[in-house]
Ligand binder design. Structure first.
Ligand code: PLP
Length: 364
């Protein structure tokens, strides 16, 4: 039986083969391998696409989160509010700077940061708030920004390229970190990322912090800076991918809509999208208390699934030392035990979508 892969990257690369090869050749013959017009051109196009005036290419998503937190002045001992239910990168950026992650439970339906609990978690020591647009579904930014007031908001948008909120690109609401990890909606050919922001001073500082603390060659202003830049090779390839991103996202949305309609009344809880938002449908995540059984049932039908994420972040070994200080996070733990991601991607054929639906309908 032909497998239904979780995500097929090869078909898209075949489709774009000529353009990607042309982009790579352009960089090779340019002789310019750090910075330069390929990076600037991509940054400009990406910023416009994400609804912001500034984009800064950086090395990867985790470094983007760290640089953005550094740029708003996060110091050791500062409190930074994070979702309890997220990928570990969001928390690691905080602890990497010696700051304290203050987790907030999700909303049970959208699985994103609960704005009411966020407001309650703010203390005089809160120095930043990090909503995550998990699975591509925007966090409810209006109440989050209202609760934040003057506290900087750094969004983890690593799964949300193309998502909108109240009719505008999600990047237009806050400084946002987007990963271009190969499997993301906008994927590179290795590690790559960009930060977008509405704030020119912040843009300038993030760029400096990722470039040896320097904005003028051999003048260095930031002792805690690093080297984290977007390569021209990745930028050139990403420019090719950006041009097809909306079209590929539209196919993702079409598949998600089919799942939402055809999986009604099955044994799983379907995803709920934040009101007034559209998801980038990075992942289609359903819930069931019988996850192991569902995983095995789908696998027996040749269908590949993944779990995002199997262990709640606060239950990771690296955060054992925080255990005593943290409030109970039962919802995050329940989600970690129940979520399972179905195959979804821009090149998934209808025949595979139908096989997932049929298999799930046979599961009880
Ligand atoms: C992928 C991802 C990241 C990290 O991105 P990298 O580029 O792989 O470092 C951060 N946060 C979330 C939610 C992600 O999905």
């Amino acid at each position: 039986m032909e497998k239904v892969p979780f995500l097929d990257l090869a078909t898209g690369n075949r489709q774009l083969h000529t353009e990607l090869m042309n982009a790579a050749e352009r960089v090779l013959t340019s002789g310019r391998f750090i910075g330069g017009p390929e990076v600037t051109n991509f940054e400009t196009a990406f910023a416009a696409h994400m609804g912001t005036p500034h984009a800064i290419g950086v090395g990867n998503g985790l470094e983007a989160l760290i640089l953005a937190l550094q740029a708003v002045g996060i110091q050791p001992g500062d409190e930074v509010i994070v979702p309890a239910h997220t990928f570990i990168a969001t928390w690691l950026a905080v602890t990497r700077l010696g700051a304290i992650p203050v987790p907030v439970e999700p909303l049970a339906d959208t699985m994103n940061m609960n704005p009411t609990l966020l407001a309650a978690a703010i203390t005089p020591r809160t120095r930043a708030i990090m909503p995550v647009h998990l699975y591509g579904n925007p966090a409810d930014m209006a109440p989050i920004l209202k609760a934040a007031g003057n506290i900087p908001v750094i969004a983890d948008a690593a799964q949300a390229h193309g998502a909108t909120y109240m009719g505008k690109p999600i990047g237009s609401y806050a400084t946002s970190c987007w990963s271009f990890y190969p499997g993301k909606n906008l994927g590179a050919y290795g590690d790559a990322c960009a930060v977008t922001t509405l704030n020119p001073a912040l843009a300038e500082r993030i760029r400096r912090l990722g470039n040896y603390g320097s904005s003028v060659k051999y003048v260095h202003d930031e002792p805690n800076s690093t080297n984290s830049r977007l390569d021209p090779m990745q930028a050139a390839m990403l420019s090719v991918r950006l041009a097809v991103m909306d079209e590929w996202n539209a196919r993702r949305a079409q598949i998600a809509q089919t799942y939402l309609t055809e999986l009604q009344g099955t044994a799983v809880t379907l995803p709920t999208i934040t009101p007034n938002a559209t998801s980038a449908w990075h992942l289609f995540v359903v819930r069931t208390p019988k996850r192991a059984e569902l995983e095995a049932h789908l696998a027996a039908d040749g269908i590949e699934t993944l779990i995002h994420y199997p262990t709640a972040v606060h239950k990771q070994k690296c955060y054992a030392h925080l255990a005593e200080k943290l409030p109970p996070l039962p919802l995050a733990e329940e989600l970690a035990a129940q979520v399972i991601s179905l195959p979804l991607g821009p090149h998934m054929p209808d025949s595979h979508v139908e096989r997932v639906i049929t298999s799930l309908r046979n599961f009880s």
